[in-house]
Design a protein around this ligand. Structure first.
Ligand code: GTQ
Length: 356
């Protein structure tokens, strides 16, 4: 009879004084025995260091506003509170691959134009007239809008309106840094010159038509903004006209209209409606996922942890832990993960729903 598939990689050979002495000598030659670390290097199952965690907006908002009294957006370059996973403290990770933060731009402030190798997305929480400019085009931000800043596109943020502007940033910077491929630079001008009108990218690329001679030069979406008014409308339409998924309610994935693929090469984003009283089935994915509650309230069970969330809260689910969502009223969740990268590598896995 053959052994169970997981046995071989999990066992560790016994230690002995002779072996230990040999391992010490190996170190002097910058070598080390595989058999002592094989189960960590080639785990039978994901062993996430990340833990399920929730950042309550009620707790974070006052801290963010306090940071606004201590440092200007100009001095900080970007005034952001990094959301750090407690299982990876001190490393600026929310998931093994992704960085997330809460950014604040106060009325009258702007954040200087720069560009960098990491790609970014913004998920808008509060805004009455804030903007992000990408590649010479300003996009006005409204709550629930999902906005992208592809790799090496010049971007700056500003708030000519009233009230604080806040959003969640997600960047693939850990992937870039892991590869030692990080580059960044300032634009010569603090505020980049506007070369296209607000709404230009959406008219050119976001209306099921492309300019006839359009050739996609890059992997990221040419549409910078996915406005919430539209995504909310679609969720409502889908809810009225299609059955609920047992795990996800109504769930849509944002796409790059030029490819049908994800909006950013390494980051997938989703929006889902959990109708009032939805009790989702347990499922799991190999992509650790960041969630932001856009509307409503509910709770999500992740492994043995139950996270209670309401509007504007951010939480994360580590790789391969069973996840199930329940809503009280109608609720909408935005989410982001490194799924495209895992799919590119051919390693992405899901079990949805989990077998009972
Ligand atoms: O807005 O460009 O949260 O460069 C981290 C690095 C935001 C930004 C972050 C950044 C930005």
């Amino acid at each position: 009879m053959s052994k169970p598939a997981t046995s071989a990689l999990d066992k560790k050979p016994a230690r002995s004084p002779e072996r230990d002495a040999f391992y010490q000598r190996l170190l002097r030659s910058n070598a080390t025995p595989l058999w002592e670390v094989l189960s960590e290097l080639v785990p039978a199952l994901p062993k996430p260091r990340c833990v399920p965690h929730l950042w309550a907006y009620d707790e974070m908002r006052p801290l963010l506003l306090e940071s606004g009294e201590l440092i200007t957006a100009q001095e900080a370059e970007r005034r952001v509170l990094i959301l750090e996973n407690p299982g990876m403290a001190g490393s600026s990770h929310i998931t093994p691959s992704l960085y997330a933060g809460l950014q604040l731009v106060l009325p009258g402030e702007s954040a200087a134009t720069h560009r960098h190798a990491p790609a970014a997305l913004r998920f808008v929480i509060e805004s009455q007239g804030g903007y992000t400019a990408v590649d010479g085009e300003r996009t006005t931000m409204y709550p629930g809008d999902f906005i992208v800043t592809p790799s090496m596109t010049y971007h700056d943020h500003g708030n000519p309106g009233e009230g604080p502007v806040t959003w969640m940033d997600v960047l693939d910077l850990h992937l870039v840094n892991f590869l030692d491929a990080g580059f960044a630079e300032h634009h010569p001008q603090e505020t980049q010159p506007l070369t296209r009108r607000d709404g230009d990218a959406s008219a050119r690329y976001g209306a099921n038509m492309f300019p006839v001679d359009y050739k996609s030069g890059r992997r990221a979406t040419p549409v910078f903004s996915y406005p919430y008014t539209r995504s909310r409308e679609i969720l409502e339409h889908m809810h009225k006209n299609s059955p609920l998924d047992a795990c996800h309610g109504i769930k849509m994935r944002f796409v790059n209209p030029a490819t049908g693929g994800p909006p950013l090469p390494a980051i997938a984003t989703f929006i889902q409606l959990l109708p009032r009283g939805f009790k989702g089935a347990a499922h799991r994915f190999s992509d650790s996922t960041i969630f932001c509650a856009v509307e409503g309230a509910g709770h999500t069970r992740i492994g043995d942890t139950t996270l209670r969330w309401k509007q504007h809260d951010i939480f994360m689910a580590p790789s391969w832990m069973p996840v199930s969502h329940e809503s009280t009223g109608d609720a909408v969740l935005f989410s982001a993960s490194d799924r495209p990268l895992q799919q590119f590598l051919g390693i992405w896995r899901e079990q949805a729903p989990l077998p009972a």
